[in-house]
Design a protein. Structure first.
Ligand SMILES: [Zn+2]
Length: 443
């Protein structure tokens, strides 16, 4: 048993308890107890002690929409070309070119580096949405290998699309099916998968029929971009539907647990379709602003009791950064500074936790007896009072991922005092750099 002691414990439980001078007792992969440090120390004298010296102890962060395939785009210079004028051109000139260039080693190092960076920023669970049309088959296995090596939790999928023609479309379906069958055999609580779809506007009717049947057979939900840019809406209208959600509804894509990403250009009745089918809407404010696509109707979605989570969409691996953008965007889009105080913590600490718990089994995103020991220690010593009423304000204004000191997943210490314990951090960074050089030559 391991006792994390002498910290300020932010539980994110039902009462949002804060335990000052607190401690968390880890037994195997679970939290066995939490409470006042002295009390737990005397009750469990046999536990190994880790004194966190007044830092924050809180649940690990959960990122519900990520693209590890974006790793090698960092620092790329598109200045020599006409810069993309709108979202579709950003996809065509940048992301579809990147993913079509990715080979097996690129995928592996992109995943390893992105997950490692996230781990160092306190992200313990990631939902990744992957494309590498330069290497479709076995790409999910390569990402899973990185997940295993680092010891985090991840939900993986391949974004099936018809954008590169029928052969690659079938390859992407085959990759999804074979990966799902493989991991289902093992019943793991750290690695999961579902069927990934790129977006309505790059999927033909026959493909949607095929994946819907596959989802029935494998009892899987979906992870799909929807109504991100106007292109998705306009395409759905050309096909006879007023909205991409409505089109996808015809193919039974909206089923319990399906993750609808973005939902910026939603039409009347579409929030209700997502809610009534027990889906999640995942907001990615940083990405939406970067692509200049608009803002999702979060206020309306939450008022209709739709489950809304928060992801990074590959813009960053740091969930603390995304919280800041989510807060600003919600206030700004509605011209209402009162918004955000309850909505954003609900999205990031409740709904992301709910999705992760449903996906992996153990209770995630909360510190309480019996919950998973996915815990981070943050080197933050506030200048002002911290209590159950204001933890979110402290996180929003006081914490970023670079302040994470220790990351624990399933009771295992992955990083301690900023030193990664499970892999050679510097070696991975060096090897990733060499692989990226090679990738840039091919791009
Ligand atoms: Zn995305």
């Amino acid at each position: 048993m391991l006792l994390l002691t002498n910290g300020t414990v932010i539980t994110h439980d039902q009462d949002n308890r804060v335990i000052k001078n607190g401690a968390v007792l880890i037994d195997g992969e679970e939290i066995k107890a939490l409470g006042e440090a002295e009390l737990l120390k005397s009750k469990y004298p046999e536990a190994e002690i880790k004194d966190v010296k007044g830092k924050i102890i809180m649940p690990g962060m959960i990122n519900t929409h990520m693209h590890i395939y974006s790793t090698f785009a960092r620092g790329m210079d598109l200045k020599t070309e006409q810069p993309p004028r709108h979202f579709l051109e950003i996809l065509e000139k940048m992301w579809w070119r990147v993913d079509s260039t990715l080979k097996a080693d690129d995928v592996y190092y992109s995943a390893l580096y992105a997950f490692l960076t996230g781990l160092k920023q306190g992200v313990t669970t990631v939902f990744d949405h992957h494309a590498s049309y330069g290497q479709v088959r076995y790409s999910l296995d390569l990402i899973a290998k990185a997940v295993e090596e680092l010891g985090i939790r991840a939900d993986l999928c391949y974004e099936i699309s018809d954008r590169n023609g029928p052969e690659q479309s079938q390859d992407s379906i085959t990759e999804s099916e074979s990966f799902l069958r493989k991991i289902r055999e093992k019943d793991m609580d750290h690695l999961n998968g579902r069927i990934g779809l790129h977006a309505s506007f790059t999927l033909e009717d026959e493909t949607l029929e095929q994946v819907s049947d596959l989802a029935d057979e494998l009892d899987s939900s979906f992870h799909i971009h929807v109504a991100e840019g106007r292109t998705d809406l306009e395409d759905s209208r050309l096909r006879g539907y007023n909205g991409a959600v409505k089109r996808l509804d015809q193919y039974n894509i909206w089923r319990p647990g399906t993750m609808a990403i973005h939902g910026v250009h939603l039409q009347e009745g579409e929030l209700e379709i997502l809610r009534d089918n027990d889906c999640y809407l995942i907001n990615n404010p940083e990405s939406n602003m970067g692509n200049a696509v608009g803002a999702a109707p979060l206020k309306e979605a939450l008022a209709k009791d739709l489950k809304v989570g928060l992801g990074t969409d590959g813009y960053t691996t740091d969930m603390f950064e995304s919280i800041k953008f989510a807060n600003l965007m919600l206030k700004h889009q509605n011209r209402d500074p009162r918004l955000g105080w309850t909505e954003i913590p609900q999205m990031v600490f409740k709904t992301n936790a709910q999705l992760a718990t449903e996906t992996f089994g153990p209770q995630l995103g909360v510190l309480k007896e019996g919950a998973a020991a996915d815990i981070i220690v943050v080197d933050y010593k506030p200048p002002t009072e911290i209590n159950s009423d204001n933890t979110y304000a402290h996180i929003l204004f006081g914490i970023n991922g670079g302040m994470v000191d220790t990351t624990i997943v399933k009771g295992r210490i992955l990083m301690e005092n900023r030193e990664v314990q499970v892999v050679d951090d510097e070696k991975i960074t060096h090897e990733t750099g060499e692989q990226a050089d090679d990738f840039w030559r091919r791009f």
